[in-house]
Write a protein that binds this ligand. Structure first.
Ligand code: SF4
Length: 199
């Protein structure tokens, strides 16, 4: 592991059931080059900001969460994970060492990503890709964990599948109070305007 590698982290939730199948470690990268008109995480757009963390430190949090909660997987969000490709690859490799599945939300489409040779090594490591921008006026009503109906779910390995009945359960929102800060993650909820951090 390149111990000097740094991740620009907007938020970490060590265990969540609102960001994909099962109990998952979720990490939001700080920084996105896209400007989707109804972005639900505008505070995560600037590349300046967030919390710089070494890969070693994040990997240790991941390991500890797995020991405590017996995780099924890890989910990467943002921000835009493909704008942090080196760090994301290194973290995904850590997740694979723990035999965790990897789900990733990207504002790029799979076609965009296939056209970018730099994206392929990360694509090759992902089990589930949710692609495309979040569009507030097209809420997804059938598939759990997906924000808007334009976003597609690609099962890129045979480890996970659309046949998993958990994809059709009601959506999930989690609200936490940590160190005096309220955070919300999961399905974007219109009207929660309390300065909360959401996906
Ligand atoms: S890709 Fe995600 S974080 Fe980036 S602008 Fe679009 S919705 Fe916002």
């Amino acid at each position: 592991m390149p111990s000097s590698l740094q991740l620009s982290v907007a938020q970490i939730v060590p265990v969540t059931e609102a960001e994909g199948p099962g109990r998952r470690f979720a990490l939001w990268f700080q920084g996105c080059p896209l400007r989707c008109p109804s972005c639900c995480n505008p505070e995560m757009l600037p590349f300046a900001g967030g919390t710089p963390m070494t890969l070693v430190a994040v990997a240790e949090l991941l390991r500890a969460a797995h020991v405590e909660h017996r995780l099924e997987g890890m989910t990467l969000l943002g921000g835009e994970p493909f704008a942090h490709v080196e760090a994301a690859i290194a973290l995904v490799d850590e997740a694979h060492r723990l035999n965790l599945s990897v789900m990733l939300f990207s504002g790029y489409t799979l076609e965009n990503l296939h056209a970018d040779p730099g994206a392929q090594p990360l694509l090759d490591r992902i089990d589930i890709l949710v692609d495309g921008p979040y569009l507030r006026d097209q809420p997804e009503k059938k598939l759990r964990w997906i924000g808007s109906a334009n976003q597609r779910v690609h099962f890129l390995s045979d480890r996970c599948s659309a046949d998993d009945p958990r994809w059709r359960l009601p959506n999930t929102v989690e609200i936490r109070l940590r160190d005096g800060v309220v955070t919300v993650n999961g399905f974007p909820v219109a009207g929660i305007g309390l300065g909360l951090r959401t996906r």
